[in-house]
Write a protein that binds this ligand. Structure first.
Ligand code: 4UW
Length: 550
């Protein structure tokens, strides 16, 4: 059975992302409308500023480096209001943005730079050392490391993006005619259903589509000149711009809708409360642990948060208990969305006015999307309401494939053109989808991906370990999964708490903090494997779940 979105389809123009945002015939706000405000300095970009700054940056990189269509620029930076104009300038110049977590270690960043073929890196001064070493490892010259943010390099060695802007260079060269269905806007990294991180190719058409699909729902509730003070609905910018969630839902959707984002460089609960009170913020797109913080932490009581009407939760499951706890304490509605890097990212969303109904569901398919629920063993459609199946999705926001990995791409697409999400869902009689399990091996720590295969690969490099299997363990207290390793040690090596801690600390020194083995290290005599030697992570995960229930 094919599920169709219940919403009226949106009309999607055949336009590149820059032109879609900045060359619209009409828009419901003026060019002087503030779009991005830095929470710490109060510095702002209006819509007009974003247009001119992005254009000047795009022209600047063309003039300086002869930037070509398809050339990739990495963004290795925490949230900064300079990211949107730099990213859009890059897109104007035909380039592709590849964001990376600024807490990545040198090997993690090097992997992404090499795999994506990045030709320049945007970063901020505190991250320059890692950026510099990784750039060296892949042969990116130092003069192609660009700083954004308020701190300039006192030695003048690294260029600030403001110095690359070129106001005089003439129009977009015809060679830059972007093929919106083929040319990429973003290259984001995800492990997909299996293995190591892969470059998820997202075309201009994918991203333009998702901006329209998603905003067609949320623009019912928020307006450029709405909000409790009539000065415009404002969103609190917590979600990282280096993840597709922040890239599409915070950067692109806000420029399109004319909402204002009060952008925080990092999440801090008390600061978030102060900003909500100060700016009379109406809403925020967040992962579940942020909902947990607002629903439980005593500090929240010190602030007036009555302007907040909505949290939208995505990237990991939100339990009905947590959504209810937030409402009971603060009378703020929470709705949930679901999606993946491969869907640019939003695929389903609840409506704000459905608050209290269909709790725990991720809502209905966005406009222009269809879905199938497929029994993973039989490959046939699940027809009974409430019976689980793997969610398969089709729509204009579905990615064309993984970079240079045709076999992985083929494995994830069905012959009839559906993308196999690797997530298990049930659907109710109103066609609300609820995620009940994950078929794939991915672990999500607070919304961030932790690919088990990556950690296992590192663990196998430890001198005392002969085999390893990493699985996700639920941590209800923190509303997240945490990674745990099961390892087999060489004969004669101790298997005690001290050794387990040593391995946790050793791995933590090699990876970004979200990949830390917060679920600990456990010792086994062997890890479950199939007859052909394939690691059976789900078997181990089910054994652990059973044991914890008993
Ligand atoms: N419930 C259970 C959920 C949920 C979920 C995602 O890192 P990626 O590739 O992508 C994301 C996307 C974030 C996002 C999607 C839709 C949305 O409304 C929103 O808010 C605006 C954010 O994180 O990870 C994709 C994987 O994350 C899990 C699921 O396993 C999926 O395959 N996931 N959302 N609501 N699980």
């Amino acid at each position: 059975m094919v599920f169709e979105s219940p919403y009226t389809p949106v009309s999607i123009p055949e336009t590149d992302l820059w032109s879609f945002l900045f060359e619209r015939k009409s828009k419901p706000f003026t060019d002087s409308k503030e779009i991005f405000t830095d929470s710490e300095t109060g510095r702002t970009y209006t819509f007009g500023d974003l247009r001119s700054t992005s254009l000047e940056f795009g022209k600047g990189i063309q003039k300086l480096w002869n930037w070509k269509r398809g050339d990739v620029m990495a963004f290795y930076t925490p949230n900064s209001i300079d990211t949107p104009p730099a990213m859009l300038g890059l897109l104007w110049a035909g380039g592709v943005g590849s964001p990376a977590n600024p807490l990545y270690t040198e090997p993690e960043l090097t992997f992404q730079l090499r795999d994506s073929g990045a030709k320049a890196i945007v970063t901020q001064l505190p991250f320059i050392d890692t950026a510099r070493r990784a750039a060296k490892a892949v042969g990116i010259p130092e003069d192609r490391i660009i700083l954004i943010g308020d701190a300039h390099d006192p030695s003048g060695h690294f260029r600030h993006f403001s110095t690359i802007r070129n106001p005089s260079f003439s129009g977009r060269p015809t060679a830059l005619k972007i093929d919106v269905r083929k040319d990429l806007a973003f290259l984001v990294y995800s492990s997909g259903t299996t293995g190591l991180p892969k470059g998820v190719c997202l075309t201009h058409h994918n991203v333009v589509s998702n901006v329209l699909q998603m905003s067609s729902v949320d623009s019912m509730y928020f307006h450029p000149y709405g909000g409790v003070d009539g000065k415009g609905d404002k969103g609190l910018g917590i979600t990282p711009f280096f993840h597709i969630y922040g890239l599409t839902c915070c950067i692109m959707v806000f420029i399109y809708t004319g909402w204002e984002l009060i952008s925080m460089p990092r999440f801090d609960l008390e600061r978030a409360c102060q900003l909500i009170e100060q700016y009379k913020i109406s809403f925020s797109y967040v992962p579940p642990p942020v909902i947990l913080a607002f629903s439980k932490h005593p500090i929240v009581d010190k602030y007036d948060l009555t302007s907040m009407r909505m949290f939208h939760s995505g990237a990991a499951p939100l339990t009905p208990e947590l959504a209810t706890a937030l409402w009971d304490r603060l009378k703020i509605s929470v709705k949930q969305g679901y999606g993946l890097s491969e869907t640019a990212p939003v695929a389903t969303m609840q409506l704000l006015d459905e608050w209290g109904k269909f709790m725990g569901s991720v809502g209905k398919l966005l406009p222009n999307m269809t879905a199938r629920l497929v029994d993973p063993d039989k490959g046939t459609d699940v027809t009974e309401v409430g019976k689980p199946g793997e969610l398969w999705l089709k729509g204009p926001n579905i990615f064309p494939g993984y970079l240079n990995l045709p076999e992985n791409t083929a494995a994830t697409m069905s012959p009839d053109g559906y993308f196999k999400t690797g997530d298990i869902f049930v659907v109710d009689k109103y066609e609300n989808f609820t995620c009940v399990d994950r078929l794939k091996e991915l672990i999500k720590y607070k919304g961030f991906q932790v690919p088990p295969a990556e950690l296992e690969g590192i663990l196998l490099g430890h001198k005392d370990i002969t085999d390893a299997c990493v699985i996700g363990i639920e941590d209800k207290e923190q509303a997240t999964e945490v990674p745990r390793a099961y390892v087999v040690m060489k004969p004669g090596i101790p298997t005690d708490a001290a050794k387990a801690k040593e391995i946790v600390d050793w791995l933590a020194s090699l990876t970004a903090p979200h990949k830390k083995l917060r679920g600990g290290v456990h010792f086994l005599s062997e890890v479950p494997k199939s007859a052909s030697g394939k690691l059976l992570r789900r078997v181990l995960r089910d054994q652990v779940r059973q044991a914890e229930k008993a």
